[in-house]
Design a protein around this ligand. Structure first.
Ligand code: URA
Length: 238
């Protein structure tokens, strides 16, 4: 599937497209080799979480909407459960809702979200063809990093979403998502360019930069493009 290297989307990502000179055909660099690494952490449910692991989509969404497992419920406007195709091949996992998402109840709808949408389009996916969610379902005040308690409280929801979507690929967007899912604090620059695996089903997992970071550091967009190509390769079993 997918439209290879569509120029309008590369443009939307702010990536300069190389054009052939001297009548030579354009040759795209091959995606980076798929290196297999293992996620060190297989999630073990905590007490009381078994019930969450049995919920279907409507019950899970309803449970999240009334969640009071951590203090973030007191400051949120809306929970942000997830959006998109619930049987998608690609599961995109970001960090946590920001102000726009907290207001609208949908992940990645602000400026960073628009860039994420363009990035997905660059590899041939519309937003509604993937499933998008976050490590946290509620906004941390002032967009601070999630605490380890908040991440732990929310993890059973994410775990059930992963199980229900059963994707061919997880794209971990940004440092917090990568560190939480892989159980490491290795720098994101070292985690990208490899295919990791998540959980007992060893779902291929690729790490890329957060679009909010890419908005601040546009020169890194080319690396994100390489990450997405690697993800596409990993999703197709390559
Ligand atoms: N950043 C994220 O990580 N997730 C969102 O939903 C929005 C911004």
């Amino acid at each position: 599937m997918g439209i290879p290297f569509p120029s309008e989307y590369l443009q939307a990502m702010g990536i300069q497209q190389w054009v052939p000179r001297d009548g030579m055909a354009a040759v795209s660099a091959p995606a980076q080799a798929v290196e297999i690494t293992t996620s060190p952490e297989i999630y073990v449910p905590q007490a009381g979480e078994d019930a969450i692991a049995l919920l279907d989509w409507p019950a899970l969404e309803a449970r999240v909407s009334t969640c009071e497992r951590c203090a973030l419920h007191a400051t949120r406007n809306r929970t942000v459960f997830g959006s998109g195709d619930r049987s998608a091949d690609w599961l995109i996992i970001g960090e946590a809702p920001g102000a726009d998402e907290d207001r609208q109840g949908e992940p990645f709808v602000g400026r960073a979200g628009k860039l994420l949408t363009a990035m997905l389009q660059a590899v041939g996916y519309r937003r509604d063809q993937v499933y998008i969610t976050n490590i946290l379902k509620c906004r941390p005040p002032q967009n601070r990093d999630p605490s380890s308690d908040e991440t732990a409280c929310c993890h059973a929801y994410l775990e059930r979403q992963i199980e229900l979507v059963n994707p061919r690929l997880i794209l971990a967007v940004g440092r917090i998502a990568a560190h939480t899912l892989l159980g490491t604090d290795t720098a994101i620059g070292r985690l990208r360019s490899s295919v990791h695996h998540y959980g007992k089903d060893r779902i291929p997992l690729v790490v890329t930069y957060h679009p909010a970071y890419l908005l601040r550091s546009p020169l890194e967009k080319r690396k994100a493009w390489e990450d997405l190509r690697l993800a596409r390769q990993a999703a197709s079993g390559g």
